[in-house]
Design a protein around this ligand. Structure first.
Ligand SMILES: [Ca+2]
Length: 235
């Protein structure tokens, strides 16, 4: 008897769970009828223009409006689609009377350009909303952008720079490493030949990547060959 009641209870719990799971799954697969999504680059640098895109999907509606708040102190320019900048509220704004039900397009990509001030660093945020015929929804997508920091000045952002303290002015690969850093003379090479072989390989990678010319590649290899790197001290 007791066992039966436990079994019944288990069945009720199972059925309830299945119903909840089905409802949740249906909720997930139902596409939103409209959306506004912001696209930002991953990093910014002071004084360098940053393009912001707002991808809007309408599907229905007559009148629609978008407003996007930008980081404090950033300048705004090149606002698309006859938008304007509200300097008091620091928001880029658009107002349209051409929703799909007025014969307009269902998709629009709005854009504008922001310029971070000198000395700006750290993560900065955008915050916007939009409405169609009186509804009000947040703008989704990217909302934060990090400062581009490059401590060794080799043009590769610190978070992806595998070789810190690259000497000034030398050519680096896309992970911020120079040939000299990838093949350091002072490394414990077994012999001079091993060092040269390593330089030849890395120089070939750099040439293939279009970072150095064939003649620069030859110079690098010749320099390695004439160096004392990997040679045992004969003192
Ligand atoms: Ca580096």
């Amino acid at each position: 008897m007791k066992t039966n009641r436990v079994t019944e209870l288990k069945q009720v719990i199972t059925v309830t769970f299945v119903v909840f799971a089905t409802v949740a799954a249906e909720a997930q697969i139902t596409p939103p009828d409209r959306s506004a999504v912001r696209h930002l680059p991953t990093t910014y640098a002071p004084g360098v223009p940053v393009e912001v895109e707002l991808e809007v999907n309408l599907l229905s509606g007559y009148v629609w409006a978008v407003e996007d708040g930008i980081p404090a102190g950033w300048a705004v320019t090149d606002i698309s689609d006859a938008g304007s900048f509200d300097t008091f509220n620091r928001k880029v704004k658009w107002l349209f009377f051409d929703g799909p039900q007025s014969g307009g397009p269902t998709n629009r990509t709005l854009s504008y350009v922001v310029i971070p001030p000198a000395g700006e660093s750290g993560t900065r945020y955008f915050d916007g909303r939009w409405s169609v015929d009186g509804s009000l929804d947040p703008i989704l997508g990217d909302n934060g952008i990090d400062s581009f920091t490059d401590a060794d000045g080799d043009g590769v952002e610190d978070s992806i720079d595998l070789c810190p303290n690259t000497p000034a002015g030398v050519i680096v690969n896309d992970t911020g490493c120079s040939i000299g850093q990838l093949c350091p003379c002072e490394a414990p090479w077994r012999n001079h030949g091993e060092y040269i072989k390593a330089v030849v390989g890395i120089a070939e990678d750099f040439r293939k990547a279009g970072l150095i010319t064939t003649s620069e590649q030859k110079s690098v290899v010749l320099e390695a060959a004439s160096s004392g790197c990997g040679k045992r001290s004969r003192q």
